[in-house]
Write a protein that binds this ligand. Structure first.
Ligand code: BGC
Length: 756
């Protein structure tokens, strides 16, 4: 448990200064506005251990691959959204002595993130070696209203004597990644001027300019520059009890959005306009933008403050990470909170995050997420080509930023191919929720055909079994590789084949012109290809054990020594840190939902008894060593009525980072799994699903909660659902809509209520 964090419904509060948790707090208190963000590093100097991190969405470096043994098909590089200029810096000297929190006595320390407004505040009292005591307040936000603006307000007040205070706000672009395969520096200087720096990423050639405008009442600043660094210094006399406040406005513009030659001017304009507008007005606009975001997605939990803080934290981080304003951006597993996973895109987006953004930010934002993959379709076809597939088959990368594969472990890069299934599934999910079936004609069908073609080539005929089989894959459970007939992968592959064929027929009938365009562009022979897909579907091998009444995770899974995670010595967990890889691979332990992931995706295909049997078999064998695991289990547990298990899994997912279950939050927060936490509240306890294309709610609360209220954006209207143990009330801010409430179909006008 991270006991230093206080439980509070809207705030994240840290009391007391402890160097050993600085890095964890840097992750937890990170700020972002969907296009850029950064860790909660201190503005002033900190010479202790810290992970400096400021990231600009989409600005990446192709870091040359490093592997022990090269395998054909490995990518040349791993794209990393890289650490960029440290723009928040404000060096402070008090009576000539440098303020370095690692060297100074910190008397009080209070840090607070207001999740309602995305404002980070730090108040502290320090005693310098020269015995001057000062009170400091630092407030920072990254504007949601002006996407290229970061703002810092930094105040100093001497407490026990008059003092000379030097403020030195600076921008330092001379930064490196901690994660760099060959210890290279990824940036090079373009130019440094009196108030701004412009740098370029090596190889990928992105350019970014940072410009600062600073204000300190009655003070003049001296400019000091050196390559890649600008600093404005001012020393003021400050009487005991008098507060001096510096305002620092930083414009950050990148060549993703402006011509490189205009970047300095643009960043400067952002900074100067902000300076003229002033801190209070900027903050007000930023707060209004945040209020609008929360309006369509807040969740309140009555009777359980820890759960309340947990879910708000998850929603807050998701809102800070992605807003849908730019199709080129996506959701890295750590968002803007750390370097791990390189800030690039995984199947997490389609399998977990899409639902959140679709039901909170709305259809347009969800469509942008889908189009990200549509835009990368040709790269996915090329990628499949490199592995020996042809005729327009696509294998989407395991990890990517621009459509090219970046991952380089053969058992994942070449074998964890189930990601293709999640990308197709997201299209179906989007269409069901939004009703936007025309998406198939415009974009979806092309992606579905290419994915189906891949499966049709990757699945092979077994003469021995007289069935189709899927050999040499890695399922979502990465604790076993190169397995045959992983049930999840085979099931979703078959579903893709069926869905692609249905989609083709639908587009042919409803959008004949678009259909002709697609046939020509993709060289699609519907009769022949769909014929093959249907033959595979009819004769596909899907493992099950009739005696146990379960689907078989993969061939020979039951030959393994069967144990449950409870039988493991707690000192041996997490097994991925304590056991050899060989031991993990041979054990029955499952990293994350695998068969259960499939049952979760296709719930309507299975009766409750089947779900229960599989859950009771697989959950005890699952060690949940991926953050993506507990949420799926929480949702399925509610389906089978095991509310205690559901609640246990929910707490684990929603407070994973706050309570630092995996002892790794210092590397960054698990942002993509936060969407899973949201799902476990809304789809699990809120019982929200799509039934026959109708939005349905069959809610059920855990014992610990008095009430749950959540808001969603459904087809352009905001619905608010309030659940207690006895009733459910749905309110509608928009036009009437048909929904299913506790099994009953009704036309929802302003509100409807049912007893539970
Ligand atoms: C999980 C993957 C996931 C990745 C990024 C891994 O630990 O096993 O399923 O895509 O993390 O979140």
């Amino acid at each position: 448990m991270n006991e230093f964090l206080k439980v509070n419904p809207w705030l994240l509060v840290e009391e007391g200064f402890a160097p050993e948790r600085i890095k964890s707090s840097e992750s937890l208190f990170a700020l972002g506005n969907g296009v850029m963000g950064g860790r909660a590093n201190f503005e002033e100097k900190y010479s202790g251990e810290s992970l400096q991190g400021n990231y600009i969405g989409g600005v990446y470096y192709p870091d040359k691959t490093r592997v022990g043994w090269w395998k054909n098909g490995y990518p040349e590089y791993f794209a990393k959204v890289l650490n960029s200029a440290f723009w928040i810096g404000v060096d402070i000297r008090i009576n000539g002595e440098e303020l370095d929190l690692a060297q100074t006595e910190v008397l009080d320390f209070h840090r607070e993130m207001d999740m309602r407004r995305s404002v980070l505040t730090r108040r502290m009292r320090v005693r310098m070696h020269n015995d001057t005591e000062v009170e400091i307040e630092a407030v920072r936000f990254i504007s949601l209203d002006r996407r290229e603006l970061g703002v810092v307000r930094y105040s100093v007040m001497p407490l026990n004597r008059d003092a000379q205070v030097t403020f030195a706000p600076y921008i330092d672009a001379d930064v490196r990644n901690t994660d760099a395969n060959y210890d290279e520096k990824f940036w090079e200087e373009v130019r440094t001027e009196s108030d701004a720096v412009q740098s370029r990423t090596k190889k990928s050639g992105f350019e970014v300019a940072w410009a600062q405008a600073v204000t300190l009442e009655g003070a003049e600043f001296q400019v000091e520059t050196r390559p890649e660094r600008v600093c404005h210094t001012s020393t003021v006399n400050c009487r005991q009890g008098e507060k001096k406040t510096l305002f620092k406005y930083v414009g950050i513009s990148s060549s993703m959005n402006h011509p490189a030659e205009e970047l300095l001017a643009t960043a400067r304009k952002v900074a100067h306009e902000a300076q003229e507008t002033g801190f209070d007005a900027l903050l007000e606009r930023h707060e209004a933008a945040w209020a609008a975001r929360w309006h369509s997605c807040d969740v309140t939990i009555e009777g359980d403050d820890e759960a309340q803080q947990g879910i708000r934290f998850c929603i807050f981080m998701l809102l800070q990470t992605y807003t849908g304003v730019d199709t080129r951006l996506n959701i890295g597993p750590k968002g803007f909170t750390g370097e791990k996973y390189g800030g690039v895109t995984y199947w997490d987006t389609e399998a977990y995050c899409l639902s959140f953004y679709m039901a909170t930010a709305g259809q347009e934002v969800a469509r942008e997420l889908l189009k990200y993959r549509y835009n990368q379709l040709d790269k996915a076809i090329e990628n499949a080509g490199k592995l020996g597939f042809g005729e327009g088959a696509a294998l989407y990368p395991m990890v990517t930023i621009n459509g090219e594969e970046c991952h380089n472990e053969w058992e994942i890069t070449f074998e964890e191919i189930h990601r293709n299934g999640a990308i197709a599934h997201a299209i179906a999910e989007y269409i069901r929720y939004t009703g936007d079936k025309a998406y198939l004609a415009q974009y979806g069908l092309e992606v579905l055909i290419a994915i189906a073609r891949f499966w049709a080539q990757r699945i092979t005929w077994s003469a021995a079994r007289k069935q189709y089989v899927l050999l040499g894959v890695t399922g979502p459970n990465e604790y076993e590789n190169n397995v045959n007939n992983n049930w999840y992968t085979s099931y979703i592959a078959c579903w893709c084949l069926r869905y692609a064929a249905e989609a083709a027929e639908w587009v042919r009938r409803n959008y004949p012109e678009e259909y002709r365009r697609i046939v020509e562009k993709r060289n699609f022979d519907e009769a022949a290809e769909c014929g093959k897909w249907s033959e595979i579907n009819a004769k596909m091998y899907l493992g099950e054990d009739r005696e146990l009444g379960i689907f078989l995770q993969q061939d020979n899974y039951l030959d393994k020594e069967q144990m449950t995670a409870e039988q493991l010595d707690p000192a041996e967990r997490p097994i991925n840190q304590k056991w050899s890889w060989d031991r993990i691979l041979r054990s029955c332990f499952i990293k994350q939902a695998d068969v259960l992931q499939g049952i979760y995706f296709f719930q309507e295909d299975f009766d409750v008894e089947t779900i229960r049997r599989n859950f009771h078999f697989y959950e005890p064998r699952t060690v949940h060593e991926s953050s993506l695991s507990p949420c799926v289990h929480a949702i399925l547990a509610t389906k089978i009525g095991d509310m205690d298990k559901a609640y246990e899994m929910y707490l684990r997912t929603s407070r994973l980072d706050l309570d630092d279950y995996n002892r790794e939050v210092e590397e960054g927060c698990h942002v993509t799994s936060m969407a899973g936490s949201w799902k476990s509240v809304i789809e699990g306890f809120g019982g929200m699903s799509m039934e026959d294309d109708t939005l349905a709610f069959t809610p059920r609360l855990p014992r610990a909660w008095r009430a749950l209220t959540f808001r969603i954006n459904y087809r352009g209207r905001i619905l608010s659902v309030k659940v207690t143990h006895d009733t459910v009330l749905v309110e509608n801010e928009g036009s009437p809509v048909t929904i299913k409430l506790c099994g009953e179909t009704l036309l929802l006008d302003k509100q409807a209520t049912r007893s539970l």
